[in-house]
Write a protein that binds this ligand. Structure first.
Ligand code: SF4
Length: 337
């Protein structure tokens, strides 16, 4: 059975009473909710999910997906219910099978392996991740050692490093690692950043590199994607006004974890990262106060709706959307068929 993820418009239709105090609920504590906007699915996530569904329509089930298509369990489970089969590696896909490569991107060796095994492979890499792949290749071709900022083991980082020969890049986590880089002050370096990284940390790394090295090529345009930037800004805006913040997302989503960090860095002392209402720590929900809610780029709007519905069972909700940016980005669909 197909389970759709709610759009903004669906959400408003599903929760028509949330923006006003209902008289028959007198006695319940009031909760002022600041709903961050933008939040939830970005263009890259929508495109990757669409690729799986298109492949299911065109080829029929099963359609194999290498690794979680996006870092959200509800999305994975919903696609499984429609006929997707998630695998860790391509050798789990039978010869001739249809496979989707995830939005996080893969090393060229994975695409070669798919061809060698005669798989029908569709690459759902986000175009903004692919841009970073081209950027590190360009740094390498021009003789620069790549300084890559990101989380070791994250699939995007594994894929990006896979576009370079062994030893051509050094992975660091933050500005604190710059002092230990073993290069001469005039060594030619090229900076690249994981698309879902902290905007503030990436800026700190760029400044630290510029302070220690004289020849650092910066990204041609910001590596951190528009969706990450906008969601971090949106969460910062609500965190500055809220007594507590809930970030809707998974603990294994880089995007979601960064949002929780941003809320804490903005001075909010009660920040929770929850995938659904079962994860809410009710002690941290400020009855009579103000609660901010944001959502990671991999979080379906249905998760935000479920959290709001759970809050609405215990409080009279006054809902305020705090819009810090308007997003219009759409990517060309993955050509399936
Ligand atoms: S978070 Fe950014 S890089 Fe990742 S899929 Fe979305 S738009 Fe692409």
């Amino acid at each position: 059975m197909r389970r759709d993820f709610m759009s903004d418009a669906d959400f408003c239709l599903s929760f028509p009473g949330l923006d006003r105090a209902e008289p028959d609920r007198e006695g319940m504590p009031l909760l002022h909710i600041l709903l961050a906007s933008p939040r939830g699915f970005c263009a890259g996530v929508r495109r990757a999910i669409d690729a799986v569904r298109s492949a299911l329509r065109v080829h029929g089930a099963p359609v194999y997906v290498r690794r979680p298509i996006v870092h959200n369990l509800a999305v994975v489970r919903a696609l499984e219910a429609e006929g997707a089969v998630f695998v860790e590696e391509l050798d789990e896909v039978p010869e001739g099978g249809v496979v989707i490569l995830s939005a996080h991107g893969v090393a060229p060796a994975i695409a070669h392996e798919a061809r060698r095994r005669r798989l029908v492979a569709y690459d759902a890499v986000c175009p903004l991740v692919a841009k970073v792949h081209r950027e590190v290749e360009r740094h390498h071709r021009s003789g620069r050692h790549v300084v890559l900022v990101g989380h070791a083991g994250h699939p995007e980082i594994v894929g990006t490093l896979g576009h370079l020969p062994e030893g051509a890049a050094t992975l660091i986590r933050g500005a604190g690692d710059v002092a230990a880089l073993p290069f001469a002050a005039d060594a030619p370096l090229g900076l690249a950043v994981q698309t879902t990284y902290s905007v503030d940390e990436a800026a700190a790394v760029a400044a630290a590199l510029a302070g220690r090295f004289s020849d650092v090529a910066q990204p041609s345009s910001a590596d951190i994607c528009y969706a990450t930037t906008n969601r971090q800004e949106a969460v910062r805006a609500i965190a500055l006004r809220a007594d507590a913040v809930i970030v809707a997302g998974e603990h294994f989503s880089s995007n979601a974890c960064r949002l929780a960090e941003v809320a804490a860095a903005a001075g909010c002392r009660h920040v929770q990262l929850v995938a659904d209402p079962s994860g809410i720590d009710w002690e941290l929900v400020p009855a009579g106060g103000t609660l901010g809610i944001g959502a990671a780029a991999s979080t379906p709007e249905s998760a935000v709706g479920a959290i709001l519905a759970a809050l609405g069972e215990r409080h009279v909700i006054r809902l305020e959307t705090v819009r810090s940016a308007v997003e219009t980005t759409e990517f060309r669909r993955v050509a399936v068929g």
